[in-house]
Ligand binder design. Sequence first.
Ligand SMILES: NC(=O)c1ccc[n+]([C@@H]2O[C@H](COP(=O)([O-])OP(=O)(O)OC[C@H]3O[C@@H](n4cnc5c(N)ncnc54)[C@H](OP(=O)(O)O)[C@@H]3O)[C@@H](O)[C@H]2O)c1
Length: 283
Amino acid sequence: MTLIPEINIQNTVSIPRLGIGTWEMGGRQSPDRSEDEKFVHAIRFAVEHGIRHIDTAEMYGNGHAEELVSKAVEGFDRSKLIITTKVSGQNLAYKDLLESAQNSLKRLKTDYIDLYLLHWPNPDIPLHETMKAINELLATGQIRHFGLSNFTVELIKEVQQLTDAPIITNQLEYNLFTRNNGRITEDVESTILPYCMEHGISATAWRPVLKGATNILQQPLIQKIADKHKASPMQIALAWLLNKPLMLAIPKMTSEKHILENIAATKIELTQEEMELLNKLAF
Ligand SMILES: NC(=O)c1ccc[n+]([C@@H]2O[C@H](COP(=O)([O-])OP(=O)(O)OC[C@H]3O[C@@H](n4cnc5c(N)ncnc54)[C@H](OP(=O)(O)O)[C@@H]3O)[C@@H](O)[C@H]2O)c1
């Protein structure tokens, strides 16, 4: 089993740089049980090979992805796992959020959620209401830590005023190809990441392997770096993320080949020069 490098976030929690994402495992907006076995196997295989951070959300398959996660981790030491789940933007009102958390706990068959994220902001619900519920869940221990997802700098600042608890992460669409042009949040690299880094808030890159679009990576520079490290271009794209400070990644991976390839990418150490060249890549 490979030990995946971890980062200590604000002296509060240590999270492995590579986790497994579960979007489209068990359906999109509604449950699809037709491939349950395949997804349970994928998550188990990942955990058996050293992955201990699993990312899911109440929205994925309308709760079914959380059920698959609980099934997949049966028999593993719960204390070794970091389970992240997310409350949907429409459930950020005080009572709704508390109810969402209870439902996630039930589906995950666990007494606590390691990291609970606000999946996306909702301008119609005052953040003080949302944070009142988060602060209560933190106090009872039902959530160990909390974080954000798709939050702008302005909104992160608002959250910081409403809690003494550290914001552990902000999930953002970020990869070698998508720097400031995310579908939900713009200016990630230019504005949001610098603010997060300055405040010790880790970034979790969602869509870190470009949805598997290897053709995007057909660039001489990437191929040259890949050849030097005896790696694939996709592994270099992932290593570029994982070599950045305070950066986590959660690719969704179902095939054993992808799981092993991505785990191996956590060992690739890019030189400063390679990082700078990749930083400057324009697609
Ligand atoms: N916070 C948010 O708003 C938000 C939004 C979207 C996603 N997310 C989270 O982020 C996770 C990842 O994002 P995503 O699923 O949208 O995109 P992704 O991880 O970039 O792409 C997943 C796709 O890439 C393939 N893949 C994985 N590793 C590969 C490799 N080494 N080489 C080639 N292809 C590879 C997978 O194939 P196989 O499955 O066949 O292995 C899958 O089809 C989600 O699962 C979810 O947990 C969060």
